[in-house]
Design a protein around this ligand. Structure first.
Ligand SMILES: Nc1ncnc2c1ncn2[C@@H]1O[C@H](COP(=O)(O)OP(=O)(O)OP(=O)(O)O)[C@@H](O)[C@H]1O
Ligand SMILES: [Mg+2]
Length: 366
């Protein structure tokens, strides 16, 4: 979402990168907001319950550098109950994905003309991001917003094609290469690409579960079952279903807290043409190296999943990614700087984001 606003000419920056280290956060925020025209409040349940709500709203009432009253512009990302002072305001509603495009246009219009500065409270951290200078790089964690996700077109094409044929898939790639983001895109883009209802797609990261009981509870929740089931009852409850399940960090199933019963149940649910589950699993190592229960069950899923490797971005994608993110920022990278980024990161997306963010900061100051 932020790159979209930047492409519209708005100036947005991130506290992690732009706040001066050693200075109290409040001071950093005040400095940032001093230069801004608007306060963009990202509404989520976490933000509503955070201690920053009053502060941001107060800032919104103050005057900008040109003496104009700052606007408070609410943007609802996740449904939540609004405090009365915000409930009075019309907000951009991003809770329904089909309407996001129209809401984005509306939001850009409300934020006004190009090259304004705005403050962006990041509700996930429950404290605001004060925004003064743009840096379009440095995303962290799994990318869930398709506007932020770049490249991987051929891989996604293959994934949707194979899923359409009923094939289970195992996505394998080194640390931070973009596996979780890819799985998220399968869920985000799958409904349109495969012409299936959104509820056909489910994402579950095993990083979220503690043990086998927790896994069944999370699995049943994600599959829309009213209560945790396992064994025959689970198989029976899924009999008429057809779900594409993206299981992230599948290596955790090889831990001691999971038994061969869970392995074989998952296999049973995804094996065969009439199986209720179609799997897309992600791991750093190939499935056949992960599980070692017993020789005959050594790789419970390897035999039923086609492996797809996720590699670094090729040079042309790196160039396109850099150009895409730099658009509208006023900063450009020279050919030799791009060459150095390529050599340093080898096109590894997370390393590229970090190195490009650093280079951007240097260039912005010059
Ligand atoms: N398609 C992409 N477009 C832009 N950035 C990406 C993309 N894929 C990955 N990244 C960058 O890499 C980071 C790590 O992505 P992600 O968490 O999906 O990797 P991962 O392979 O699941 O990592 P891990 O091995 O830790 O599970 C993202 O925060 C982002 O900075
Ligand atoms: Mg991951």
């Amino acid at each position: 979402m932020l790159p979209r606003l930047e492409n519209a000419g708005l100036i947005i920056c991130i506290d992690d990168r732009d706040f001066e280290i050693g200075v109290p956060s409040l001071v950093n925020m005040e400095r940032a907001v001093d230069n801004s025209r608007h306060t963009l409040v990202v509404l989520t349940p976490a933000w509503i319950h955070s201690e920053w709500t009053e502060f941001e709203s107060l800032l919104a009432g103050t005057a900008d550098p040109a003496g104009r009253r700052r606007k408070l512009i609410p943007l609802m990302l996740k449904s939540c109950n609004l405090p009365s002072r915000i409930a009075m305001l019309t907000y951009a509603d991003f809770t329904r994905s089909p309407e996001r495009e129209a809401q984005m246009t509306r939001l850009v219009r409300s934020l006004g003309s190009a090259a304004e500065t705005l403050s962006h409270p990041d509700s996930s951290k429950q404290r605001p991001h004060a925004v003064t200078v743009p840096n379009p790089f440095g995303d962290t964690g799994r990318i869930t917003d398709s506007d932020q996700f770049f490249g991987r077109k051929e891989l996604l094409r293959q994934i949707f094609e194979e899923l359409g044929k009923g094939v289970n898939l195992s996505v394998v790639g080194e640390s931070r290469i973009g596996k979780s983001s890819l799985l998220s895109m399968v869920c985000a883009l799958g409904p349109e690409r495969m012409g299936l209802p959104p509820e056909t797609f489910a994402y579950l990261s095993l990083a979220w579960v503690d043990d086998e009981d927790d896994f069944y509870a999370a699995l049943c929740d994600k599959l829309g079952l009213p209560e945790p089931l396992r064994g025959y009852k689970l198989t029976r409850a899924l009999i008429d279903k057809s779900i594409i399940l993206c299981l992230d960090h599948i290596e955790k199933m090889a831990w001691d807290s999971f038994t061969i019963y869970a392995h074989s149940q998952l296999r049973g649910l995804a094996d065969g043409p009439a199986a209720p589950l179609r799997l897309v699993v992600a791991s750093r190592s190939p499935l056949m190296h992960l599980f070692s229960d017993a020789p005959e069950l050594a790789s419970p899923l390897a035999g039923i999943c086609r492996q797809l490797d996720v590699g670094p971005f090729p040079p042309d994608v790196v160039r396109a990614f850099l150009a895409h993110r730099l658009r509208g920022t006023g900063v450009t990278f020279t050919d030799s700087e791009i060459g150095a980024l390529l050599a340093e990161t080898g096109g590894h997306p997370a390393k590229l984001q970090r190195a490009a963010a650093d280079l951007y900061n240097v260039k912005r100051k010059t």
